[in-house]
Design a protein around this ligand. Structure first.
Ligand code: P1T
Length: 384
């Protein structure tokens, strides 16, 4: 089983033909919170209590690991639950994180406003240049946290180069791979230690289930993460595990259409006089187009563009869209638009937003998998 979609469909859900089993081709939703034992000291098939392990969640964890070519997978109740558990597992008071200065606003809030209270500090750098990371390393630094592409400015980090810096200084490299999914980018193969996901986005894919995941190969880190997954308790429920399993099966075909629509819309908007600039790693004018070609197999379904005018103009423009809903989130089958400055990244201080380029008229688009012409026509009429 080597192809991406074959693994996405079958891994973790191999039919069970043992005596008394039913051979389900889709793994059942095991709602039981606890598992009976014939003998007190012998858990049945390793299952004790759903927080520590559940068969439906395990199927998803195995599938996600397979998609990243990883040894281990872990599923959590949200992307931020995965991030929190990761930090609680691997860091302690006094440690320092180096973060990309254009992370998802919620990740930045978690690092800067929550873990800072527990003695974990974060230094933000422009990680488009790997040397900026190396220059920021102090004796306290333990972990590097990047996204590539970033949310919402679609900046890339050279994962291979940063992985080699991490190895040299004995640091843990974490890559949030939410935007590309394992279909377009596999950070572990590029040298990262740990991959995190908001499975709420492309992996779930239908805007109906919140979730997060971690994949990795390192056994020692896995043992600490699995211990904390149970000890902290932010696990994905059996029903949400089932929905995420269901979504993951079509990840490959969806990503192709997300990308096709993103590129068509980005090219269309680029030709419009009311549009100042379009940022999409799949466009040849993206400053890191060459890097995108080297480390990914696709540019994904999210792009951002800047409109001429003011925040009012941007809000008015979005209210004229008929098909595209204005909403936070991304990666679902339906296209969404949002204004990061007042929505997903409102928790990032204004001066940091301005310094990084998140202006009031920056609009982020998550291209869904609708018919391309319908999306272009909606933008066309709204621009008029
Ligand atoms: O929402 P949650 O499942 O907890 O995932 C958080 C998260 C983590 N990493 C990235 C790159 C993300 O984009 C997100 C969530 N982002 C949005 C809700 C958004 O609209 O950008």
């Amino acid at each position: 089983m080597t192809g991406f979609s074959t693994k996405a469909i079958h891994r973790g859900e191999e039919p069970d033909f043992r005596e008394g089993a039913t051979g389900d081709v889709a793994v059942p939703i095991h709602l039981s919170t606890t598992f009976a034992r014939q003998k007190a000291g012998n858990p049945t098939a390793g299952y004790e209590y759903t927080r520590s392990l559940n068969p439906t969640r395990k199927a998803l964890e195995d599938k996600l690991a397979a998609l990243d070519g990883a040894k281990y997978g872990l599923a959590f109740s949200s992307g931020l639950a995965a991030a929190s558990t990761l930090i609680l597992s691997l860091l302690k008071a006094g440690d320092n994180v180096i973060g990309f200065d254009d992370l998802y606003g919620g990740t930045r809030r978690l690092l800067s406003n929550v873990f800072s209270n527990w003695g974990v500090s974060t230094t933000y750098v422009d990680a488009t240049k790997a040397e900026n990371i190396e220059n920021a390393i102090s004796t306290l630094t333990k972990l590097i946290w990047i996204e590539s592409p970033t949310n919402p400015l679609l900046k890339l980090a050279d994962i291979r180069a940063i992985a080699s810096i991490a190895r040299k200084h004995n640091l843990i490299l974490v890559v949030d791979n939410t935007f590309l999914s394992p279909y377009f980018q596999r950070p572990l193969e590029l040298g990262a230690d740990i991959v995190v996901y908001s499975t709420t986005k492309y992996i779930g894919g239908h805007s109906d289930v919140l979730g997060g995941a971690i994949t990795l190969n390192n056994e020692a880190y896995y043992q600490r993460l699995a211990y904390h997954q149970n000890a902290v308790g932010a696990v994905l429920s059996p029903f949400d595990s089932y929905l995420t399993l269901r979504g993951a099966k079509t990840l490959g075909v969806r990503m192709e259409q997300h990308q096709k629509n993103a590129l068509a819309l980005a090219e269309f908007l680029q030709s419009q006089p009311k549009v100042k600039r379009v940022i999409y790693p799949g466009l040849k004018n993206h400053p890191q187009y060459a890097l995108s070609q080297q480390q990914t197999t696709g540019a994904g379904g999210v792009f951002s563009f800047e409109l001429e005018g003011t925040l009012d103009d941007a809000e008015r423009f979005l209210s004229k869209l008929k098909l595209l809903a204005t909403a936070e989130s991304l990666g679902g089958v339906e296209s969404l638009v949002e204004i990061p400055a007042i929505m997903t990244h409102a928790s990032v201080p204004k001066e940091v937003r301005e310094q990084n380029g998140i202006s009031d008229t920056l609009i982020r688009v998550s291209a869904g998998i609708e018919d391309t012409d319908d999306l272009i026509n909606d933008f066309k009429q709204a621009l008029q």
